[in-house]
Design a protein around this ligand. Structure first.
Ligand code: GPW
Length: 825
């Protein structure tokens, strides 16, 4: 590789011949193979290595510039980062995609084939983890000093297989053959203490000193993943901690004699970062999970403090000017008492000074109102694992309770309500309360969600801390979710409105004036058709199902949850099937219903719904009476890289959660950006999507939040709908037979039971009729080709607001107060 190849000028900084030489050099010198022997995997690794040279050069320059300028930086703490694949993204962002693809072609290799070799980096469950990945992309693109902190899980989210219709979980081993992007940094290892006991001592002038004698110490080894901004100028890092056994032996605890056996806990150090908890939106209450949270927070805080001290020594007065930490939900909330511990016990600051720093450093994002997702830890568990932190939490709470008493004197009910500690059979620590109290800003993730955070989740906190609760509507990176995943549409857009849209998504608005233009409509829908052909091929390869690309591709892709209501979609599919059986001439445009969803391994009903979708699919897909008017496709192992294939091919985006339950949603934005028309409830960011595209370009149905509340207040009885609506009754009764599960009657009954006997908590039946009517209207609309094309174009054109660059800009201006730092080329 010559000198020119490692510069980071504006792209492309390296030409085809040089790229070719670099790939071949890595085949030889890094991988020990050659052009004749190399398989796709080796070609993939050599290509990654070729671009990694540019990546590392950018990283070095960025870190130097941040250091020399002593920049204020945001530290994004998240237990999950759902990065997906990095090759195409990095090539794209360096402007090297065409260079690489041309170079490889001359070597007889297809870039698209070798990209398939890259395992997804699936260190997250769903929306929350993917949001973190989109945010760090935007931060780098906007040249903001930022670092992502998380956990280097050995196993990411499980791989899903479908056997006889049912979900099977298999371990995900994304690093088995090495990860070409990550860099181990043994020079920055941190140590983390766990368990043990707290000793109270008295210093001179009577100051109470607390000394934590840990029972066990583990090492945190950092792995850095470079995060390349669009146009390749800033390269930030995502720093992920891996746990290892420490060589350190705690003599204090050993010397405490008999105490040792009783208190010294045997966490196998390596198990801490072994596996990602696969439960989306449920608080598990498991000890290992709390240890994971504390482990990465403690490592990250120590890392931040080490860097701060290098520039500022022991002068803490500027810490809050240099450091802001964003807590991605409450998963990293234990950072708050951890920073207090470091400041009070270690740096020996007085409590008030320490608290003042803390409450200027932390900001907290809330991502849900669902009670089962609001984290609470048994006080006894915290006491066992982090005895000093529990004391600190009590002290924070004690002082907070006197504030509450000042505002509402003598109101004990109010104190009980706002306390960090929930009293009861078992004392619990409410991490949401701790986060609100310990942060200077709290945000929800869409307008409606943030309004509900204020009005129903934390109304008293809003009164007590006026202005602290705010909104930042989520966004998605258009680099991955349009430019990289939908090259055909991207090129069409480039031709029509220029190439600035990936960095300035409001530019897409320029497409709106062509929405009624017949030629543009044809071009737009031709791209959609080509993308549908690609997905149809994928469906054929994985499932051996033939789908008609002229059918409506109707897509619901997201984690499987009752509140997301995949079963509402399923009931409607069954109803269409039934209508066709009763009337072979039933008039509907052919439709392919496509699902992608993983269920948490312990979530029984979610797994039953996956099974039901697959069983109904088998039956319908093989019933000649359906005459190919309906196909049902469940694509296994839904993940980022599969989403990238499904989204460009979608005509219809299903966003059908019960109003008030989906905080924002981000798949809704990705699909609309790629020209899918939404059928959805007035929930989360759907409300803002509807505002942007206009009511005539979206199919809204169902109860509003207010109507859901009213219905609940007066008493919701799903049986009212069952008995009144013959279609609902017929379809639910059908689930009880063995029609879809021959020889196994009752195999699908749990769905009916949840809707009829267990109260239908997400009001599927209440929304059914309105959903079915919206679906008919949609079917009707699709048949008018020009009208549909116009809707699809408007959806793409109006997605400017939903770039994660806009979200990050909101955070920067309203919360983080950061300035960009230009990196010289
Ligand atoms: F429960 N979200 C998620 F709030 O994907 F923590 N996993 C989670 O564990 C939680 C939230 C949590 C999602 C929300 O459901 C979705 O509506 C939102 O768009 C996304 O987070 C990003 O904000």
């Amino acid at each position: 590789m010559n000198a020119k190849a490692v510069t980071t000028q504006t792209s492309p900084s390296i030409n085809k011949a040089e790229f070719k030489a670099a790939v071949v050099k890595h085949l030889h010198c890094t991988l020990g193979t050659d052009e004749n022997k190399a398989n796709n995997h080796a070609w993939w690794k050599a290509t990654c290595a070729a671009i990694q040279q540019q990546v590392l050069e950018g990283l070095r320059k960025t870190q130097k510039a941040h250091y020399l300028n002593d920049t204020r930086a945001v530290h994004y703490f998240s237990a999950e980062f759902l990065m997906g694949r990095l090759l195409s993204n990095n090539l794209q962002n360096f402007g090297l995609f065409d260079v690489a693809s041309g170079a490889l072609k001359e070597l007889g290799v297809e870039l698209s084939d070798i990209m398939e070799e890259e395992p997804d980096m699936a260190l997250g469950n769903g929306g929350l983890g993917r949001l973190a990945a989109c945010f760090i992309d935007s931060l780098a693109t906007m040249e903001l000093p930022a670092i992502g902190y998380g956990i280097h899980y050995e196993h990411g989210l499980f791989r899903q297989e479908i056997k006889s219709g049912a979900q099977i979980e298999r371990p995900d081993s994304w690093r088995d053959y090495g990860n070409p992007w990550e860099i181990c940094r043994p020079e920055s290892i941190q140590e983390v203490s766990l368990f043990g006991y707290v000793e109270t001592k008295y210093g001179d002038n009577g100051r109470v000193l607390k000394e934590w004698h840990p029972g066990s110490i583990v090492k945190g080894v950092p792995w850095d993943i470079p995060v390349v901004g669009y146009e390749g100028k800033t390269v930030n890092v995502l720093r992920l901690w891996q746990s290892e056994a420490s060589d350190y032996f705690n003599w204090d605890v050993f010397n405490a004699g008999g105490y040792v056996d009783a208190q010294r806990e045997n966490v196998q150090a390596e198990t801490i970062s072994k596996v990602l908890y696969p439960n989306d939106e449920t608080e598990a209450g498991k000890e290992l999970r709390l240890i994971q949270q504390y482990f990465f927070c403690s490592c990250s805080l120590k890392d931040i403090i080490r860097r701060y001290k290098r520039a500022h020594g022991d002068d803490w007065s500027r810490f809050a000017d240099q450091v802001v930490i964003q807590l991605n939900d409450t998963h990293p909330a234990i950072s708050i008492p951890e920073l207090m511990r470091i400041l009070v016990d270690r740096a020996e600051l007085d409590w008030d000074s320490a608290w003042d720093i803390c409450t200027k450093v932390f900001a907290y994002t809330n991502h849900t109102l669902l009670p089962e997702a609001l984290e609470k830890w048994p006080a006894r568990m915290i006491e066992k694992i982090l005895p000093r932190h529990l004391e600190i939490i009590y002290e924070i709470n004690h002082r907070f309770m006197s504030e509450v008493d000042k505002k509402w004197p003598g109101d004990n009910a109010m104190k009980a309500k706002l306390s960090i500690i929930e009293e009861g059979n078992e004392k619990m620590v409410r991490m949401g309360h701790l986060s609100v109290i310990g942060s200077f800003a709290v945000n929800g993730v869409a307008e409606m969600h943030s309004r509900l955070v204020k009005s129903s989740l934390f109304p008293e906190f809003d009164e007590l801390f006026p202005g602290k609760l705010t909104n930042v509507t989520n966004g998605i990176t258009p680099r991955r979710w349009l430019k990289a995943c939908n090259p055909a549409l991207s090129k069409l857009i480039d031709k029509k409105i220029g190439e600035e849209w990936p960095k300035d998504l409001y530019k897409l608005e320029g497409l709106a004036k062509f929405a009624k233009n017949k030629t543009f409509q044809k071009q737009f829908m031709k791209v959609k058709l080509e993308n549908k052909e690609l997905l149809a091929e994928e469906i054929r390869k994985t499932l051996d199902i033939e789908v008609d690309v002229n059918a409506i591709f109707d897509v619901q892709i997201k984690r499987l949850h009752e509140y997301k209501r995949q079963h509402l979609n399923l009931l409607h599919i069954m109803a269409l099937y039934r209508r066709l059986l009763e009337n072979p001439d039933y008039d509907m445009h052919p439709r392919v219903f496509i699902f992608g969803a993983k269920a948490a391994p312990g979530y029984k009903l979610a797994k039953d719904i996956i099974y039901a979708i697959n069983k109904v699919a088998d039956k319908i897909n093989n019933d000649p009476r359906v005459n190919n008017k309906i196909k049902v496709v469940f694509l296994p192992n839904y993940r980022v890289s599969l989403a990238e294939k499904m989204i460009p091919a979608s005509d219809v985006s299903e966003q059908i959660s019960t109003a008030g339950k989906e905080a924002s949603g981000t798949g809704n934005m990705k699909l609309a950006l790629n020209g899918a028309v939404t059928i959805g409830t007035l929930d989360g960011a759907n409300v803002e999507i509807a505002e942007e595209v206009g009511d005539e370009n979206i199919f809204i149905f169902g109860l509003t939040v207010e109507e859901v509340d009213e219905l609940n207040a007066k008493g919701y009885n799903p049986k009212d709908y069952y008995y009144k609506d013959p279609e609902i009754k017929a379809v639910l009764d059908w689930l009880e037979t063995d029609y879809f599960t021959p020889g196994k009657p009752g195999a699908l009954v749990s769905i009916k039971q949840s809707l009829l006997d267990h109260g239908d908590p997400y009001m599927v039946l209440a929304d059914y009729r309105s959903y079915a009517e919206a679906q008919s209207a949609l079917d009707e609309a699709y048949r008018d080709k020009e009208r549909w094309a116009e809707m699809a174009i408007i959806n793409t054109a109006k997605m400017g607001k939903f770039t994660s660059d806009r979200s990050i800009n909101d955070y920067v201006e309203r919360i983080w107060k950061l300035s960009p730092c230009k990196i010289e080329g």
